[in-house]
Design a protein around this ligand. Structure first.
Ligand code: FMN
Length: 170
């Protein structure tokens, strides 16, 4: 696990090759295995491979989501808010487990923040996505995770660049 964490970087450029079915099944399994508070499992995950829909999702925000149109896969991480009062945490855990699983499969990924982000001056990114995907009112959208075969090389973070001040040992 530490080796995966050492080499994982956010990947925003992808080859056009699609994610094979076996890898997709494993990615979905990682979401379903994610721990949740009281095992309430508020997460709902929308798997998008349709290019037209990915392009529309890539327009969810003015900044930081455009690269999704070049990804072969996007997974929209949503919560049924009636199932848990800590759905943000539960969905964040599912999102990062998905990213680490993608890394373990040789795939690149990037988190696209949706909750608390604007689509434009009138509409939130969440509202835009809920309309686009016809999601129920009680749903909230936390993130979209873009996934695909990397078309960029990023060097791992160097251990001497990491902020050791954040660790306190007593
Ligand atoms: C909560 C969260 C929200 C993020 N939102 C975005 C985003 O909207 N767009 C984007 O391109 N990257 C986004 N990222 C990726 C970060 O920019 C990235 O993780 C950070 O710069 C560190 O780079 P690394 O992932 O390569 O280590 C997000 C990451 C996290 C954890």
């Amino acid at each position: 696990m530490i080796e995966l964490l050492r080499k994982r970087r956010s990947i925003r450029k992808y080859l056009t090759t699609s994610v094979d079915q076996k890898s997709l099944d494993i990615l979905i399994e990682s979401l379903l295995l994610a721990p949740s508070s009281r095992n309430n499992k508020p997460g709902n995950f929308v798997v998008v491979e349709n290019r037209e829909l990915l392009e529309k999702l890539s327009q969810a925000k003015e900044h930081g989501s455009a690269f999704l149109k070049g990804a072969p896969l996007g997974i929209v991480v949503c919560a049924d808010t009636t199932k848990s009062d800590v759905w943000v945490e539960d969905c964040a855990i599912a999102s990062i487990l998905l990213q680490v699983t993608a890394e373990s499969l040789g795939l690149g990924s990037c988190w696209i923040q949706i909750r608390k982000r604007a689509h434009d001056s009138q509409k939130s990114a969440e509202e835009y996505i809920k309309e686009l995907l016809d999601l129920p009112e009680k749903f909230r959208v936390v993130s979209i995770i873009s996934i695909g075969h990397p078309d960029e090389i990023k060097t791992p973070h160097q251990s001497n660049d990491l902020d050791c001040n954040k660790i306190m040992m007593k």
